[in-house]
Design a protein around this ligand. Structure first.
Ligand SMILES: [Fe+2]
Length: 248
């Protein structure tokens, strides 16, 4: 049976509007400005009429620079708080999603295969920040990250990430799970824990873009191929090629 609210009906009081100062306002993630006005002592947002000047959109370079600077600022310890950093970076990507998608359209459209672009790096403690371009349907082999910690976030498009871990190199790999990352979503892994994953661009039409932060330069890594017989995974050393620097 449907429940009914039986509380005393309260007739709303007449709205007591009064304007605040000119700078009392905020912008949402699409850059639309909203004013704050006082309604019965509670702040509520009201859309400003379109003829008023609006705050300019952030450029993708400004956004990428912010992402790089946040990544460098939060990684001054040997074992940084990856969950917090993922949340910070994800919030910026959510906010600037449209500027990033438009500004990085060259990377999305030039169809040169899977590419890594360097956004920034630091020597000690080691950190590298990269943008990667994933052609439609592109899938990586299962790969580790040379024992570095890492965070990977979608900037544009959607990525599937299948993860494995194992207690030691003598143990078999165990499938940990499968994640689907949209813009601003992240996956991360700690240093020194045996971990690998396989990533796939879920779109068959569009190039996906991702942001990667690693605890050092990921020059070398290992790929793993599943085989029928023991040890069930065959490993292969790899070099990570950088397409070039991405200017911010
Ligand atoms: Fe990876």
């Amino acid at each position: 049976m449907a429940r009914r609210l039986t509380g005393r009906q309260v007739k709303p009081r007449a709205a007591a509007w009064r304007p605040l100062s000119d700078n009392a306002g905020y912008a949402d993630h699409e850059g639309r400005l909203f004013a704050l006005r006082l309604l019965n002592d509670r702040h509520v947002p009201l859309p400003i009429v379109p003829s008023l000047p609006t705050k300019p959109m952030r450029t993708y370079r400004h956004s990428l620079k912010t992402l790089r600077d946040v990544a460098l600022a939060h990684t001054l310890e040997k074992n940084p708080d990856l969950a917090s950093l993922a949340r910070e970076l994800g919030g910026i990507i959510h906010r600037d999603m449209r500027a990033l998608a438009d500004g990085l359209s060259d990377l999305r459209n030039h169809n040169r295969g899977f590419e890594r672009w360097l956004v920034g790096r630091r020597g000690r403690p080691g950190v590298s920040v990269l943008v990667m371009a994933w052609p439609p349907g592109y899938t990586t082999p299962s790969h580790d990250h040379s024992g570095l910690w890492g965070i990977e976030l979608s900037l544009y498009g959607a990525l599937e990430v299948e993860s494995w871990s194992r207690a030691s190199t003598a143990q078999p790999w165990q499938l940990r799970g499968r994640d689907w990352l949209g813009p601003g979503d992240a996956t991360w892994f700690d240093a020194d824990m045996p971990y690998m994953h396989r990533c796939r661009n879920l779109s068959r039409q569009e190039t996906a873009l991702t942001l990667h932060v690693y605890g050092g330069d990921l020059d070398d890594y290992t790929t793993y191929e599943q085989i029928e017989a023991e040890p069930f995974w065959q490993s292969q050393p790899q070099r990570a090629r950088i397409a070039g620097p991405l200017r911010v």
